[in-house]
Design a protein around this ligand. Structure first.
Ligand code: UDP
Length: 172
């Protein structure tokens, strides 16, 4: 997994070098877990997996013990953050854009079952190698420099996401 992390850091270094060399305006955003309508069904992300599983009445697959945490940002909030960054001239980042509200994967499964009204069970399977135990963005910089913070709660965001997936699946 470190190859993945280092590649992202390298991308940032390249962006900074390019900006200095060519004197162009750049902005570097570190995007944390994002969800919402138009997630691809087979993408493998936890929100799309759980929502599609719940709506299809098949078990929700928790990898590991489900106590690992993530913090989910609704797509509209992410877009607002990106636009705020595009409008900046002097501040180039890197800046974290994400939602600091942290929940466990097991709790997410429960929320998805509540939102969908599904009676799917929850099953546990081995966790992927080096699955981070905790992920939560510190958005102090985004608040201070961009005046940005997320506005959509997980509850509202999940409802909108479930509505969208339900409509997609009705069309199949
Ligand atoms: N996960 C899970 N069941 C799934 C898909 C993912 O329990 O069907 C877990 C995964 O192991 C991780 C978390 O949910 O702990 C978030 O996974 P995702 O791939 O969405 O994002 P990332 O790992 O990049 O944070």
């Amino acid at each position: 997994r470190s190859g993945y992390d280092e590649a992202k850091r390298f991308g940032e270094a390249l962006t900074m070098a390019y900006s200095r060399y060519e004197s162009v305006n750049v902005g570097i955003v570190r995007i944390f877990n994002t969800y919402g309508p138009r997630l691809r069904r087979g993408d493998g992300r936890v929100v799309s997996n759980f929502v599609c599983q719940a709506l299809s009445g098949v078990p929700l697959t928790i990898y590991g013990d489900g106590l690992q945490t993530r913090s989910f940002c609704y797509v509209d909030d992410l877009v607002t953050g990106l636009l705020a960054m595009i409008d900046q001239r002097d501040f180039v980042g890197p800046v974290n854009i994400g939602n600091p509200q942290e929940i466990t994967v097991a709790e997410l499964a429960r929320r998805v079952l509540d939102t969908t009204g599904s009676t799917s069970e929850v099953v546990f399977s081995p966790s992927p190698e080096q699955d981070p135990a905790r992920r939560q963005p510190d958005i102090t910089l985004a608040r201070g420099e961009l005046g940005w913070s997320p506005a959509v709660s997980l509850e509202d965001g999940l409802e909108r996401t479930v509505d969208w997936f339900r409509r997609q699946m009705d069309q199949l």
